[in-house]
Ligand binder design. Sequence first.
Ligand SMILES: [Zn+2]
Length: 370
Amino acid sequence: MNRTYNSLPADGAPTQHSFTSFHLLGTFFLEPDLRRFGTFTASRGVGAIEVNKKTCGENITKQVTMLLQNRAVFAIGLRMGSTRVMNGPLMDTARPSSDMSDFRKDFSQATRIAIITGAGVSAESGVPTFRGENEKWRKWMSQDLATPEAFSRTPSRVWEFFHYRRELVLSKKPSAVHLAIAECEARLRKQGRSVVVITQCIDDLHQQAGSKHVLRIHGSLLETRCMTCRHVTLNKRSPICPALKDKGSPDPDVADAQIPVDKLPRCKESKCHGLLRPNVVFFGETLDSHILTKVEKEMEICDLCMVVGTSSIVYPAAMFGPRIASRGVPVAEFNLSSTPKTEYFKYHFQGPCGTTLLPALAPHESEINN
Ligand SMILES: [Zn+2]
């Protein structure tokens, strides 16, 4: 019996394939070739391809892992339960719905809701992310400064940047979006339902709003980690150390403070005195495996997922929503614009999440108020 699936468009043009029994064991040279089979992820030289069960059929080996020597060359083995791939005519691909009343039905039936949040939620509180041309700190973007290399080369400059971000975050309050998510968690808990927030934000505003079940996959600006003893501490001191007082101006004309390394934040553990760094995941670093294990579990058990305020370009977070969708779970995206992952989702609600998310999370008529 033929199975039909819509390939994930590698070049923007969805192609329909049908195949019967097909074995493929080979080497792929281009990343886009992998995308037609599912979600590609890579970190630290190890890549994985998650085969999308819903779109590709059930006989495909669910997950193929591989070693990736560089971004261009991979060797993968794929075993599929069919032998023929045939390019068919382009057919209408189901587009995500933006019907809020349909979403609300799914919402009313969900008992375990995973809410994945990103920079758009922080933006509701006025927290910049330093990712775009318009959000530079001096002449750099976050990608230039939040790296292990930059920290080891110029710890003073990187600390100035993070000091500025800490002071900024300490001055911000949770937005209506943060509060609605926290309120929803508390309300559903009384009904025996659960909400988990899986966030890429490092500003702790979800916790400040009252969210209890929060997995921070990129760490926290308000925590430090010792480079020597690795001790992690919550630290909301302002300034974090005397030498950083009044430093960290984002003005491009301001010169580096060039603070001696022994005057930067230092570990307070007995006899350690190691250099502290912000407990955030720098670009090029892997995520905390303990947190990722928890995220994996939540992705397996949730029965509704909301992807809020994220451009879905930072891995591995970008594949959380598509992975959940591949189990047949409804996933709704709330974002300013569509993203590379929008096509995977059942729903897409366009606009600032301050506008789109609040009606989505409001009490549903079927909820018993108690
Ligand atoms: Zn230490």
